[in-house]
Ligand binder design. Structure first.
Ligand code: ADP
Ligand code: MG
Length: 385
């Protein structure tokens, strides 16, 4: 909005048509006494007055941000750039440009959020990596003792230690996936196994008033396990967020053989696919929302709740794996995400059965972590190597 005002009379003498950005007609700007004062947010009035007084008394050009109140009751961040013009007769005129700062502020906030997520991910990944090494040592030596001791009460206690170490290892694995410290690998992954393995973690994510059911009848895909877990976790978090009043999440894996004729409709090539479906009974989406969900930073959630990166990540991972994401949604009735991934042969079919080979007497162990190296050596020696 370009404007000009008479500082003494505190009246605008000119405003551009863009003034309607705030919802008030140009005539209000020009004709109403104290109009500007009235639209500045109460919390920012003091600051605005300060700049105004400095401008008039000391002819200081200035630039500052404040919140304005729009005609329909919203608050909008704007930035004013003001020049002070002192006329020869001593009267003071202000000329300025008022710019909508909403988008810039929002982008800035989201960038900060995503940088924070990145930093948290790196930190979590780093800690998890070191912690994992310690866990290997703890559970490895526990295994050794379990195989050597005879004393029953001591064995029971060791089993407790072993179980706790297993639980800790499961947690660090999640952290590694989140921190993307796990390198991208393409390996045969049993999707059913992966879904069932995540079950306890998914239950911890959702509230008691959300029922979670899992039905697996899929198969093997070639993927990065950590990334695939991330896909499922992101979809479940979204389903949860879509059901603030509770509801049902159904996770299902199936296979689909797509014939030549129907392939194009689904945007797939014909052949065998493994399908991961996540269905919720939540709020659903409007057509406008559905059209934008995969855009990075697109979110309908309030500040601090959504990053808008969840589905962008899902899309990226699935796309990279040669798959496709399909979305069915109905406002107020729920949403279903279907992830199509190319089916891979079960790795067991590839395994060549080897005759029980005679034990090799010497094995060279290379490991940079001394505690882990010691453990591996102990285990191998215990096995007669
Ligand atoms: P975020 O969850 O941080 O908002 P996402 O990329 O995961 O970002 O999702 C983007 C948007 O897609 C969400 O803000 C929401 O509007 C919509 N969305 C995603 N999943 C669902 C769902 N299961 N039900 C309704 N809306 C959804
Ligand atoms: Mg999300």
């Amino acid at each position: 909005i370009v404007w000009e005002s008479d500082a003494e009379r505190r009246r605008f003498t000119f405003v551009s048509r863009r003034a309607e950005l705030l919802g008030y007609p140009v005539s209000s700007w020009l004709d109403e006494d104290g109009f500007w004062h009235a639209i500045v947010h109460p919390d920012d009035v003091e600051l605005a007055e300060l700049y105004f007084r400095d401008a008039v008394e000391r002819s200081e050009h200035h630039e500052y941000e404040y919140r304005a109140r729009t005609a329909d009751g919203r608050t909008m961040w704007v930035r004013d750039r003001v020049r002070v013009i002192r006329q020869s007769n001593g009267s003071v005129q202000l000329r300025g440009v008022t710019v909508d700062e909403e988008l810039r502020r929002e982008l800035e906030e989201r960038l900060l959020q995503s940088q924070k997520m990145d930093a948290v991910g790196q930190l979590a990944g780093g800690v998890a990596h070191d912690f994992n090494n310690l866990l290997v040592v703890i559970s490895g030596y526990t295994d050794l003792l379990l195989s050597r001791l005879e004393d029953e009460p001591a064995l029971a206690q060791l089993r407790e230690i072993k179980q706790a170490a297993n639980r800790a290892a499961a947690l660090t694995e999640q952290l590694l996936a989140f921190g993307r410290r796990a390198p991208t690998v393409s390996e045969p992954v049993d999707l059913d196994d992966l879904v069932r393995g995540l079950d306890p973690m998914l239950r911890r994510l959702i509230d008691e008033d959300v029922a979670l059911s899992i039905d697996t009848d899929g198969g093997y895909v070639r993927a990065d396990r950590g990334q695939l877990e991330q896909v499922l976790v992101n979809l479940v978090i979204n389903a949860r967020d879509a059901m603030p009043g509770g509801g049902e999440i159904q996770i299902e894996t199936t296979t689909a053989v797509i014939a030549h004729g129907e392939a194009a409709d689904l945007g797939l090539t014909s052949g065998s696919w493994v399908v991961l479906k996540v269905r919720d009974t939540g709020i659903g989406m409007t057509a406008e929302t559905k059209a934008r969900i995969f855009e990075p930073f697109f979110t309908t959630k309030e500040r601090g709740k959504g990053t808008g990166l969840g589905l962008a990540t899902v899309y990226g991972i699935v796309q990279q794996g040669g798959g496709r994401v399909a979305v069915d949604t109905e406002l107020g009735a729920g949403t279903k995400f279907s992830i199509y991934l190319p089916a891979a042969p079960s790795p067991h079919e590839d395994v060549v059965e080897v005759e029980d080979s005679p034990r090799t007497p010497v094995i060279l162990v290379v490991e940079d972590e001394p505690a882990v190296r010691g453990l591996v050596r102990s285990v191998l020696e215990a096995e007669g190597y």
